[in-house]
Design a protein around this ligand. Structure first.
Ligand code: NI
Length: 198
């Protein structure tokens, strides 16, 4: 397994649509394993293939200690709507409110290639919707108002200098909490939940 580089905003691959996989091969399983390792190293709760420079229609997530890999995912039911703040491992230090369905049913293949359906709510449902957007070249900042997007673009201009070539390098075993809002998951149970990076 390996920790992969994360592509950040500005890399064109984040704007490309992925291609459905015809089979879950050993190569796909290796990608899934690397993506789990990368997501954990970055302290995120979701990671989609384009974020590591790949075009497979695959993402991984881990909400409430429940790791899931989804290949060729599609949402077949959705209901409810809730506005909440999101972040993205490919757009560090940027956060914004996004409306998402609060309950969804997803159909996908697992890492063994077996089809499954799962009902998810709240943060897990939000995570799937964010990752599915990645597979279609869409980012959470696309939902922002024009004014907020302009403000974000200016903030990102300053932030992006930290990522030459639109590459975010992670070092295994080193914490990568965000600078401005870093909070340990276990340090203070009374602390409000931090914005998820997906
Ligand atoms: Ni993301």
């Amino acid at each position: 397994m390996a920790v992969l580089d994360i592509r950040v905003l500005g890399d064109p691959i984040l704007r490309e649509r992925t291609e459905a996989l015809r089979a879950v091969t050993d190569e796909v399983r290796a990608l899934v394993a690397d993506m789990f390792e990368t997501m954990r190293a970055a302290e995120g709760i979701g990671l989609a293939a384009p974020q590591v420079g790949r075009k497979e229609r695959v993402f991984v997530m881990e909400v409430d200690d429940d790791p899931m890999a989804m290949v060729n995912p599609e949402i077949i039911e959705r209901e409810g709507s809730e506005r909440a703040e999101e972040g993205c491992l490919s757009i560090p230090e940027i956060f914004g409110d996004v409306d998402r369905a609060t309950r969804i049913v997803v159909r996908a293949l697992d890492a063994e290639g077996n089809p499954f359906e799962v009902e998810l709510t709240d943060l897990a449902a939000r995570c799937v919707q964010h990752e599915l957007d990645h597979l279609d070249g869409k980012l959470f900042i696309d939902y922002m108002s024009l004014i907020k997007r302009k403000f974000t673009a200016r903030k990102w201009e300053k932030e992006a200098v930290n990522y030459p070539g639109f590459i975010r390098k992670l070092e295994p075993g080193k914490a990568h909490s965000r600078k401005s809002r870093s909070r340990s998951k276990s340090a203070d149970p009374a602390a409000p939940p931090f914005e998820p990076e997906l």
